[in-house]
Design a protein around this ligand. Structure first.
Ligand code: SAH
Length: 670
């Protein structure tokens, strides 16, 4: 079957109809899935195996048959562990059809088909009885249904149902329990992801401060979790205000309740400061005694030196609805509210306070800004260095009689320009009478929208919420082309141009997410590797993927290289822009892939980078723009060089920007 799906092209803005294969979503999901990362998570796998062995032994010691229910079996890994540990029978439930099919193959290949029955259903559809999916209820419940927030993937309702209908009372559960920990911190950096800070504008007639409206100031934000690689956050970027405390725990061997509830703890601040952020993570005990523990604790908490890198589980950053001053030693109460799928926090000074609205609705954005700007975008707008570059360049190009048009989503440029003295400002897509917001697409702009004036300054950051990959913001160029007839002959365009840059890198860890696993804890999971590979080859094999590289350390193996230039002073050309060449490898290491990013040249001598900020030392460690995602193109085979002598001296590349489709295609040869 073929389906046509309409979408706006993120680069050109054109509406296009794509013929979608019915398997497209499947392939996308598998290709970009976290299965590979989970299979590489040695610490997780080992501990599950230990926990499963222990649970099977406990059941056997009681003289019972070990009947396992594995909910969300994925590759079948945990069922195979149970079967190897001596379980008599395993029911392996998997809702995602391509995965269930893969599990059947993997179970077969590893010789467990007589011990493991794969059932392609959601666990809540599974039936028990002589004619049911399961002959009888299980006495061992094994699952791995957790996300960074623990409950975001629906673990609670799944457990609740399983205890009611699928497992025996007093069953063993692996994991046995999960515990959620919190720590209160002050962090200007993290707070800047949630609130708009005042912007200082040095204008000719003195300093002006742009402040956000009070509705924004008091807005509780959005409920979606902010999950990050907290281990990449330097300790200088936050101040610890409390010890780590246990917020709540869930015993998976007993009936679980998923209904909304709250938990409250008392905290005694270890330092005075502004409570802004609750950092949170969890651990799971694989056995009742808690001797087999798998923890997500960040570097400053964890005592063991052996860190397991993982991307499928990270840490959570929760924003308190408002910042609260706290005093060292003066107790405060932290409340975690949760519904079936998410958690949010409140801080109170006294125990009894606010009892009535304790289990308040999860935060809902009232100011609209949290719906328009995501966390990195807030961070970007709050970046004073970046703002300074824009202010400097606006001051260069603005005249008192300028007629400006800004094309960017949710941009502060019009406000800055207004404070800098521009009299007329139009904004495609509020300073009431000075800034006019045009709710019109660039191609539909008419002279009457502009009060029959010609645009003398066209500005953009550029930033568009539809952008996924760095070059999608080239939409600015297409929009500029669409409004050409409204531009004065001596128009100034800011940025005047953009450039695409590239560098070959070795990742410290990120390579794992796209690398085959082979044998996992003694089980052959190559079927999964093949499946991921064929999904990657399905359509997007030659595509880069977006990753925020400040969270994923890498070192540069080549110098950064400018590969393409886009001149916004001209309209988008009809022909493709292509380039090819080779880039020298300067350092030894594994060439995992190429990183690509955009730089915007606001004026002739002011540029901003959305990618590399600097290479920080002779080892090639890189510092990336913390607000942007960069494009990563993983090479299909990795070259490794121990010495510079055996380096292939260069990687050759061919990059093509198709101006019709807005796509950038690339090819590399090692
Ligand atoms: N158990 C595997 C895979 C874990 S990923 C391992 O540990 O390696 C979780 C899997 O559970 C996903 O494949 C997802 O599709 C599946 N899943 C989640 N909730 C489910 C449910 N209620 N019923 C069946 N499958 C579920």
């Amino acid at each position: 079957m073929k389906t046509f799906c309409g979408r706006a092209n993120p680069t050109t803005g054109a509406m296009e109809w794509l013929e979608e294969d019915e398997n497209y979503d499947y392939h996308q999901e598998i290709a970009r899935s976290r299965y590979a990362d989970m299979l590489h998570d040695k610490d997780r796998n080992m501990k599950y195996y230990q926990g499963i062995r222990a649970a099977v032994s406990r059941v056997k010691e009681r003289g019972e048959k070990a009947i396992v229910l594995d909910i969300g079996t994925g590759t079948g890994l945990l069922s195979m562990m149970a079967a190897s540990a001596g379980a008599d029978f395993c029911y392996a439930i998997e809702v995602f059809k391509p995965m269930a099919n893969a599990a059947v193959k993997i179970v077969e290949k590893n010789g467990f088909h007589d011990k493991i029955k794969v059932i392609n259903k959601h666990s809540t559809e599974v039936t028990v009885g002589p004619d049911g999916d399961m002959q009888c209820r299980a006495n061992i419940l094994v699952t791995e249904l957790f996300d960074t927030e623990l409950i975001g993937e629906g673990a609670l309702p799944t457990y609740e149902h399983a205890h009611k209908y699928l497992v025996q009372e007093g069953c063993e559960a692996v994991p046995h329990r999960a515990t959620v920990y919190v720590q209160l911190v002050e962090s200007k950096r993290m707070w800047s992801w949630n609130k708009l800070f005042p912007v200082r504008v040095e204008a000719e007639d003195g300093e002006k401060i742009v402040v956000s409206p009070s509705e924004m100031e008091n807005c509780p934000g959005v409920p979606s979790v902010c999950d990050i690689q907290l281990n990449q956050m330097p300790s200088s970027d936050f101040t610890i205000l409390s010890d780590v405390v246990t917020m709540f725990s869930v015993d998976f061997s007993k009936p679980v309740r998923s209904a909304s509830t709250y938990y409250r703890v008392q905290l005694e601040p270890v330092k005075s400061g502004k409570a802004q952020i609750v950092l949170s993570w969890w651990d799971i005990d694989m056995d009742p005694s808690g001797t087999i523990n798998c923890t997500m604790a960040p570097y400053w908490v964890k005592s063991t030196s052996a860190f397991q890198w993982r991307d499928h589980w990270m840490q959570c950053v929760y924003f308190l609805p408002n910042e609260e001053p706290v005093l060292q030693g003066e107790k405060v109460y932290l409340t975690a509210c949760r519904d079936e799928y998410s958690v949010w926090y409140k801080l109170q000074k006294a125990r009894g306070e606010d009892k009535a609205d304790i289990c308040v609705e999860s935060p809902i954005c009232r100011c609209q800004a949290h719906l328009l700007w995501n966390r990195p975008r807030f961070g970007e707008l709050n970046d004073q260095n970046r703002t300074r570059q824009y202010i400097k360049s606006l001051m260069n190009v603005l005249r008192t009689d300028s007629v400006c048009l800004c094309i960017s989503d949710g941009s502060l440029l019009p406000v800055l320009a207004h404070y800098l003295g521009a009299k007329q400002f139009f904004k495609a897509n509020h300073l009431e009478d000075k800034i006019k917001i045009l709710e019109v697409r660039p191609e539909s702009l008419t002279p009457s929208h502009l009060e029959d004036k010609k645009i003398s300054v066209l500005v953009g950051e550029p930033f568009f919420t539809t952008s996924l990959l760095p070059w999608h913001n080239l939409y600015f160029w297409y929009a500029r082309t669409a409004v050409s007839k409204h531009l004065a002959s001596n128009v100034t365009i800011l940025p005047q141009s953009a450039s695409l840059h590239m560098m070959i890198v070795e990742f410290q860890d990120l390579w794992r997410i796209r690398s085959p696993c082979g044998i996992c804890e003694g089980f052959d999971v190559r079927t999964m590797d093949d499946m991921i590979k064929s999904s990657l080859d399905f359509r997007e094999s030659k595509e880069a993927e977006p990753h925020p590289l400040w969270e994923y350390p890498c070192k540069s193996l080549s110098d950064p290289l400018e590969v393409l230039v886009f001149d916004f002073r001209e309209t988008v050309p009809q022909h493709c822009l292509s380039t090819e060449g080779s880039v020298n490898l300067l350092r030894k290491g594994k060439s995992h892939g190429a990183v690509l990013w955009m730089e915007y040249h606001l004026t002739a001598d002011i540029s901003v980078s959305t990618g590399l900020m600097q290479i920080s030392n002779e080892k090639g460690n890189c510092e990336w723009n913390p607000h942007c995602k960069q494009a990563v193109y993983f090479f299909s085979s990795v070259i490794e060089s121990e010495t510079l002598a055996d380096l292939p001296s260069a990687v050759t590349y061919a990059i093509n920007f198709d101006t019709k489709t807005g796509d950038i295609a690339m090819d590399f040869k090692l």
